[in-house]
Write a protein that binds this ligand. Structure first.
Ligand SMILES: Cc1ncc(COP(=O)(O)O)c(C=O)c1O
Length: 406
């Protein structure tokens, strides 16, 4: 009897564990570094990818409209409120060259609770368990985590020494199990902006091989030094196989409001609605109203912020130059990141711990982005006030030099 009790409780124990699938998903790195920062007051964070500015005032003004209509406290349309959809469709046409209503290749806009959710919607809509999704390394960790959670396999293709796309390697990596190729430009974590020609090449490979091209444009407004953002969804004939993802989080200082959207081929609309209806029912309506206010102000709001970020970026680059031969800093004309390649055998998390404890500065270890061979660090400057930049990056450069040369 005693044995029976013991085996029952062992059985219960085994039954109440997390799924095998989730056990293989990497743990998010941002909270780990966040905890380190909290435990060391005075640390300057070059960690999380956020901007320092709030949403435009017009976003808050729209909340009064929301409050004035009691009907809006009820569930609203799964794919977004009409006022916001209209603004998004006009923006897509005028800024991105994507005519959602084009008669020959009709597409749909679905408002989501942020760009991450848009990616998960896209993934669940196009892939079955065991399917392959091609990511570029370094990848955005939440993309890789979502793929593992969906029981799919992330197939990794390296970018070149400047973190630019390698369309030849992408073409080679496609198998009969491949469902999508994912690209991000401007890129997190590298800050690389992909050229129009390389994005056209990848989009054409996807069309010819019958796989989707999922392109994340969360940082579309964040370009510097004349770099141009390009939307592959604007390519003639791309409408059936291109999924474009957007976010208000960075552009409008909207991270906690959780609003983004996806532009999808019409034939995926029903599938995406099933997913979103199950997970979210509808994107938070109060946030959608705030988004209406922000998008009425439009891209000019973000572009003004990007102008001041451009001088922050210059400062970061000149401080990083002091790293000399300790690190390679590939060019980064977009987003608000640099992705450093360090000349050391030290594991990146160990290096970050020492930077925090001994030098009062934090960055994100590169292995979280899939760079497991070699030592890499992501440096984010989006949230830095110009006053803090020189100090923060100065500490980083001094810290890396001291640690690597010891
Ligand atoms: C490439 C990329 N896509 C999506 C997101 C997440 O955006 P959201 O806050 O809209 O979910 C991020 C956030 O860092 C990102 O870097």
């Amino acid at each position: 009897m005693e044995n029976e009790g013991a085996s029952k409780s062992l059985l219960n124990c085994l039954m109440t564990q997390e799924s095998l699938r989730l056990r293989t998903v990497q743990s998010p790195i941002i909270p780990v570094v966040g905890e380190l920062i909290r435990n060391h007051p005075g640390v300057i964070s070059l960690g999380q990818g956020v901007v320092s500015y709030p949403p435009p005032r017009e976003a808050f003004d729209q909340i009064a409209e929301f409050l004035a209509n009691p009907e809006l406290h009820k569930y609203q349309a799964v794919y977004g409120v009409p006022q916001l959809l209209e603004l998004i469709e006009a923006k897509m046409r005028d800024e991105n060259g994507i005519d959602v209503k084009s008669a020959n290749q009709r597409r749909r806009v679905v408002v989501t609770a942020g760009g991450n959710m848009a990616f998960v919607n896209a993934l669940l809509a196009v892939a079955d368990a065991g399917d392959e999704i091609i990511l570029q390394t370094p990848y955005y960790f939440n993309h890789e985590m979502a793929i593992t959670m969906a029981d799919c396999r992330a197939v990794l293709t390296p970018t070149d020494e400047n973190y630019q796309l390698r369309p030849d390697l992408i073409a080679e990596a496609i198998t009969e199990k491949t469902r999508a190729v994912v690209t991000i430009s401007p890129n997190n974590p590298t800050g690389a902006v992909y050229s129009e020609s390389s994005l056209r090449e990848v989009n054409e490979i996807c069309r010819a091989r019958g796989v989707y091209h999922i392109h994340d444009e969360a940082y579309e407004y964040f370009t510097y030094g004349g770099a141009k953002h390009f939307s592959p969804g604007s390519i003639e004939g791309s409408g059936r196989h291109t999924i474009s993802l957007y976010s208000l989080s960075k552009a409008y200082g909207f991270a906690s409001w959780r609003i983004g959207w996806m532009v999808i081929p019409e034939h995926l609309f029903e599938a995406v609605n099933k997913i979103q209806d199950t997970i979210l029912i509808c994107p938070p309506v109060v946030s959608q109203f705030a988004a209406v206010g922000a998008m009425r102000v439009g891209a000019g709001y973000c572009r003004a912020q990007v102008e001041s970020l451009a001088s922050v970026r210059e400062m970061v680059m000149s401080e990083l130059a002091a790293l000399g031969d300790c690190a390679v800093v590939p060019p980064a004309y977009g987003a608000f990141y640099f992705f450093l390649r360090l000349d050391t055998e030290l594991k990146p998390l160990a290096l970050v711990e020492r930077l925090v404890k001994e030098h009062g500065v934090a960055a994100i270890p590169g292995d979280a982005f899939g760079m497991v061979n070699g030592s890499y660090l992501r440096v984010s400057y989006g949230a830095l006030r110009p006053e803090t930049v020189a100090e923060g990056v100065g500490r980083l450069a001094r810290g890396i030099r001291e640690i690597l040369r010891a």
